[in-house]
Design a binder for this molecule. Sequence first.
Ligand SMILES: [Zn+2]
Length: 245
Amino acid sequence: MGLGGHAEVYDGEMAALAMGIRLATGYARTTNISHLHFYADNSAAISSIADPKPTGGQQYAHTFHQLACTFLDSNPNNTISVKWCPGHSGIPGNERADRLAKRATDLSRTSPVGTTRTNAIRRSKITALKEWTKEWKRNPKEGWFAISDRIPPSLKPTKHARRLASRRELYGRVVQARTGHAYTGEFRRRFSFEPPHSCPCDDQTIETREHIITSCPRYEQHRFELRGVSPNLVLSVLAPYGRSK
Ligand SMILES: [Zn+2]
């Protein structure tokens, strides 16, 4: 069966498992075979193939689930296993399946489904990201967040954000520092909170983000970390340090 250009590898694996169980259970009925083993090298397909929940490749999972239940119900000794096997490792069965799958990609689409859900999601993500990046490039960076707004749009969190995932308190502080919505003197003054708006280190200095990061003596002992990134503590250099992916 050709899946044409509107499906993903995942869909191909799901389709193959569904077709496989149809053939295998049909063959098992005419023989005395009671144990069926399926091997696939796509772990996403393996974990969803017997689960009829609404997700990508659902129609294949539904077929698989139905045929598996019929086979298992027909005899209490019948068993089915679905296992992962490493791809491209010289396992003869897997290599042959790979060759056949490649040939199938050259066939025109004969699948009853048009675009698959997985394929549609991938394409809509690409479109959304393109639009978002265009918008981000077109708009001037202004406001408090402008200085940190250097990370190109991405649908996945940056490496830096992922590292902070289990450190909620620190994550919150980074977001506060970047957006300017932190409980600093500068913020309190902007929103007309009662004074003092000065830093506890000096009555004459407004407690701004820049002051806290670059010059407040209360944080001098931690500043060596920042100097490692920008020796002169330039905010626009320090801010986008989450940019690397
Ligand atoms: Zn200070």
